[in-house]
Unconditional design. Sequence first.
Length: 269
Amino acid sequence: IDRYCVFGHPVAHSKSPLIHAAFAEQTGESIEYTAIEAPLDDFTGAWRRFTAEGGRGANVTVPFKEEAFRLSDTLSERARRAGAVNTLVLGGNGLTYGDTTDGIGLVRDLERHGVTLAGARILVLGAGGAVRGVLEPLLAAGPGSLFVANRTAEKAARLAADFSDLGEIAGGGFDAVAGPFDLVINGTSASLAGDLPPLPDDLFAPGATAHDMMYGAVPTVFLRWAAERGARTVDGLGMLVEQAAESFFQWRGRRPETAPVLEALRQAL
Ligand code: ATR
């Protein structure tokens, strides 16, 4: 049986084992998928041990995505751009291939919700690792414009500069946000603290969508704020399932159906 796992610290809360068990059952792929808490100071050692014991691939979550990037022998273009890896694949040659599926997971989930990215005016909130991880696939979808707004304006400007060869992208502080937007994506960790970035009331164009990378049993403060201003809301649970599906595809060459798995997770929140 081929072994896979998710590495994190902590990792007990991870939904990935549930998701991949459902994918395996659905596709008839015979895999084992567990959660492993790697030591904070030796993620690389944990990956080497895992592969020595028959591990074929892994998901990587907080705080190891950058170390997974550094240990990868080869990288996908989107992972190279992200500077982070959430999917490791052990090649037949013994080399480690690193990919990141967060961004394509976000794009697929938005498409599933009927959001048109081509030509859209997009605002992304935040300029940390989570946002860096999704910019390449977002820009590849051909938005009309993409503005990255961050509490620390300088970080958003630098991030935008790093991706400016891929499309129409600019960055700045929240005070530089000038709507309306067709899509606003919250990639800050502000929701965790129940905080809301300072945003103008006329942020949303008619028919706009608000997406929060976070999810929970109740809508985040950002999604509640957006709903009150007429936006359609999408939380991060679908992105989680879609990124998992893309990882599964990298390992097994099969694309699982995400809708029933998402539905089951939603019920269990
Ligand atoms: P992650 O991996 O989740 O992206 P990170 O790299 O630490 O974590 O980035 C966190 C992001 O959330 C940053 O954009 C941060 O803004 P700063 O760069 O100004 O620190 C943003 N953030 C965190 N708490 C916030 C808050 N209360 N209000 C607004 N933005 C916040």
